[in-house]
Design a protein. Sequence first.
Lengths: 189, 313
Amino acid sequence: MEVCTDAELIAASFTDPDVFEALFVRHFLAIYRYLCRRVGQDLASDLAAETFVVAFGRRDRFSARHSSALPWLYGIAGNLLRMHQRSERRRLRAYARVSSGAQIGLSAGTDDADERLDALALRPALASALADLSPSLREALALHVWAGLSDEEVAEALGCTSGAVRTRLSRARAQLTRRLTKPAKTVGR
Amino acid sequence: MNMIDELMADLWMDGSVPTEPAERAAFADATQRLRSETHARQQQPATGSLSKSRRPTLGDLGRDGRQLIPRGGRTGPGLAVAGSVLVVIAVVAVVLVVSGHRSNSSHVHPAPSAHLPKSSQLAVLARPQTARDRTLPAVVRRAARLGGLSKQETQSALSSIVASSMRYTQTLPDGREVFLARVHDPGVHQPDLRLLIVTPDGSRRDGDPVLESSSGLPDNRIARIQALHGGGCSTNHPSRPGGGLTVWNVEPNGVFRVIWQFPGQPGGNSLGIETLVRGNFAVATVPGLTSCQSPSSIALISKNGQLIAHTKR
């Protein structure tokens, strides 16, 4: 059976709009799960639906040279998320507050227990540092790590060059590393 | 893999991992919203091929969900005429399809208009959310505090409101603030689009419940949250000179002015009232009316003065 590419589905949806639903079925869960990681499942449900409604209305702007529509959809979702940056930052800070000091009592019976404890202890600081990261850097890093996009795909989602994406990722990692190597002052803010 | 990437990949917060039922519910909700959008667009002419680009018009959203032309931007006269024609076709279709719709809410007064715009016909929902839109929880909390409602009860009402859907429309002449939002009632699969009318002081007004019981609150004291049925009315506050009625209605995109004609009191002349539409919401004070009643005729007028629809009872 021949499987249509996303570009072919979008092209076909101009004559039969119902075809767009195939694209929705193909990518909804990926977008929804990504949004869950960014803002939690309550808001993610609404934003994921809105992503596809916006995508349907703007499908004439999808470039046919891209076979996969996923980076384009992540781009739309990311721009819808801009209206909820405060929610995302609040969520990260709440996690940082709750998780800091909750690491005592973890089972440490394996050989790599120390490493695991270190990693767990860093999570609140990481969440706090992510909350303080600029939106463009956080977006690039989230698309790369949580959505699993390559530099080129992140560039496609953000509408910039892959060189710019590499710069943003590098800056984001550097800022986070700096924050993790010294005591986190903003936890609990 | 970079250490930061590894740490971040391992960062799981509350709500980051959706349960299977949550995924199914989200999928079903999104499917329905997409289908309604697809069918709404099928009523309009095709927008073009994959490579064809179109000049953006006022209210259009970009590929990213941002507005391409800010409000107040200019459109060419030819484009405006073409847009008006499309709006006329779409709005008349909506009026025809939904005419005759009635709400079964016990708290809803007769509506000025019987037509029910679809959510895709309401630009106020499509525009980006503003800081004013996000004041809804604060407005409700303030009213709840003044009305003596407990924090738990207030939180219960607020938790059902989908935050991303909150939109401020207008403030009624008596100070009540009107919002549109999707409300997800407990036990109900789909969130409903509702009109939320919040009294500034949390008090009851004219015997109306200030918060409909379907929102989950045991006592109706904060805000009337009613089904989006096309409109409503209430008697004005006794302290307002002239008394009369405040009438309001939700109008679809493209409607700039509304003219409501009321039959008036027995033996009296009929009353005509004309009002502007802002944020898909029309509101007016009708001084000669003492009880809520349906208008005998409704005229919807576009920005260029064209009659979009005229219905009579």
